[in-house]
Design a protein around this ligand. Structure first.
Ligand SMILES: [Fe+2]
Length: 302
């Protein structure tokens, strides 16, 4: 059995006061948004408590699906590295970036310069997507949907080359004598309709078509800051669970908005891998604890 924790969208803060020239373009609206709302909505004490709770659990690996940053300032790259170092060692934590990590041109490159070790594939390369990390019976495939966009747009895109490379990886892994459990990590919800227009993955249809051919055992995402459980069709009539977690630092909102993380057990069975998950996070009592099981629809679907 393999235990995988999934935490996303920590939006690590606080932001240092940017220089005026750093606020040109999209960062100007992003900084105003952060001053007005995000800095209150994302609670760093809560994030620290959530990570402490995670560290008290038994797990083999942590997946972090993006949005370490807020507006992609250089000062945020160092803060993000401090956060990842606190989360865990580079070989035990896998990171894929989100749209706030690629806020303006150059942001993603800067962040990966500081935090690339948490994206290092088994081939030793860093910041190259898709990457493959094999850990026990699990193969983690990291995708990057993070691209710079215009103000008020938070969409993502993988591009045909990344989707094709991911298909090659997934197909090759499935053809092994003892195939590993294939876990795909991506920031944006990977399925059509998974996010509102302007926030969606532009090539979601191409990605889900690829997943229907190549298959996967679990897809993890963030971005919407709410808990989401979906399925998409996989090969041979099986379904693929698509599961999003809330922001790990969100203090307010309804129960499915508030800060939590997911803890999965992945178990080999005669029919393939069985995935079960529980959610831990901010409870109505205001403490961090068990919230309940994730209702993952079992395969197959019609
Ligand atoms: Fe986010």
């Amino acid at each position: 059995m393999f235990r995988l924790a999934h935490l996303t969208d920590p939006h690590v803060g606080p932001l240092s006061r940017p220089r005026l020239r750093q606020l040109l373009g999209k960062r100007a609206t992003g900084y105003v948004n952060w001053r007005r709302g995000r800095r209150h909505a994302h609670d760093m004490d809560l994030l620290a408590a959530l990570v402490a709770d995670l560290h008290a659990q038994t797990y083999d690996h942590i997946a972090c699906t993006g949005d370490l940053c807020n507006i992609g300032l250089p000062s945020e790259w160092a803060t993000s590295k401090v956060f990842l170092e606190a989360l865990g060692p580079t070989d035990a934590v896998s990171f894929v970036p989100g749209n706030h990590d690629a806020y303006v041109r150059g942001s993603l490159e800067g962040l990966l310069g500081a935090c690339g070790a948490w994206t290092e594939g088994d081939d030793g390369r860093r910041g190259i997507f898709p990457y493959l990390r094999r850990r026990g019976p699990v193969a983690l495939i990291g995708l990057s949907s993070a691209i710079p966009t215009k103000p008020f747009v938070a969409s993502g895109r993988l591009g045909p080359d990344q989707i094709a490379a991911a298909e090659t990886l997934l197909t090759r892994l499935a053809a092994e004598a003892e195939p590993p459990a294939r876990v795909v990590m991506i920031h944006h919800p990977p399925h059509p309709g998974g996010a509102k227009p302007g926030r969606e993955l532009k090539d979601a249809a191409a990605l889900t078509a690829m997943l229907a051919r190549a298959g996967a055992d679990l897809v993890l995402h963030g971005h919407n800051h709410i808990g989401m459980v979906n399925v998409v069709p996989g090969p041979n009539g099986r379904s693929i669970p698509i599961i999003g977690a809330p922001s790990a630092s969100a203090r307010d909102g309804f129960s499915h908005h508030r800060a939590s993380y997911h803890l999965y057990t992945i178990t080999r069975s005669p029919e393939g891998y069985r995935v079960a998950g529980r959610e831990r996070g901010l409870t109505p009592a205001g403490i961090i604890g068990d919230i309940g099981a994730l209702h993952i629809v079992p395969a197959p679907i019609s």
